[in-house]
Write a protein that binds this ligand. Sequence first.
Ligand code: TYM
Length: 334
Amino acid sequence: TPRVFSGIQPSGHLTLGNYLGALKRFAERQDQGVETVYCLVDLHAITVWQDPDALRQQTREAAAAFMAAGIDPQRSILFNQSQVPAHAELAWLLNCVARLGWMNRMTQFKDKAGKNSEAVSLGLYAYPALMAADILAYHATHVPVGEDQKQHVELTRDIAAKFNHDYGVDFFPLPEPVIEGPATRVMSLRDGSKKMSKSDPSDASRINLTDDADTIAQKFRKARTDAEPLPGDMDALKDRPEARNLVNIYAALANEAPADVLARFEGQGFGSFKPALADVAVSVLGPISGRMAEFLADPAEIDRILGQGAEKAEGISSPITARTREIMGMILSR
Ligand code: TYM
């Protein structure tokens, strides 16, 4: 049976990239008759330093963002990772399956560790094996993610296949990455070669889901672009990453094909495109930030929802990890 699993790190304010690349698509999947499991991956967040009070707040904020984007905790399982023991447990078991050579090829680790790779946490290095555990603990078949997570889902497939092969079982299904739509890689507003990221030091590089209408309009107005007018088709934007990014953002927000957006704005400059883009963004994000604020007014209720989701998540994942241990030869007598 198909089961969707995905996660988001509560390591800062969620961005427009997280919304278009992930949340919006998570909500769409909910109505397609498959089981959907969505996780706030706080264990992943602590691979880099998180102030404890800030982490708690960011986790509630991310939960509010999920619900404001249309994820319904009655129809989807929504929970924070650390409340379900299967994640850390299976991560250890899979640490013993994954090979160092595979981990060494992870581009996100190389980017995050930079030149100072001796000083980063061991957790940052093991991060992709924890992500594999998240997915495999639910026998998930489909993993909707942005482009930047593709390599991690492929690693998950490699780990699952090696486990099945080494133990001579057909236990873990190989999960498919699902990377679809015009916004699988939303770029920074300041640099068309970098992805929009919650951890970018420049707040002007991203739209946060909590930004108000004026801030959104101002950030798009100041977004880096070139001086050319918009062309009639996407091919002509091949070497104009900033322009292409803004057209893709518009298309994703308006639920239109990028080609249709260009057909309408062909020949116009950014002086007219940017305000139109800001209008669409405000019309989509305004209601979301409004609903987020309503949810955040009752943090105890958010915590209750996450606890309920964790119970449901544990119901699925705990038999799977127990069986994994048994397959590996560990005594299971309770
Ligand atoms: P994270 O928290 O960096 O991002 C959450 C999701 O948002 C997508 N995303 C983007 N999509 C388009 N454009 C962008 N600029 C952009 N920035 C982020 C990401 O691709 C992701 O889908 N390791 C994961 C979290 C994770 C996970 C998992 C995901 C942990 N366990 C299991 C799937 C399954 C991460 O750091 O995502």
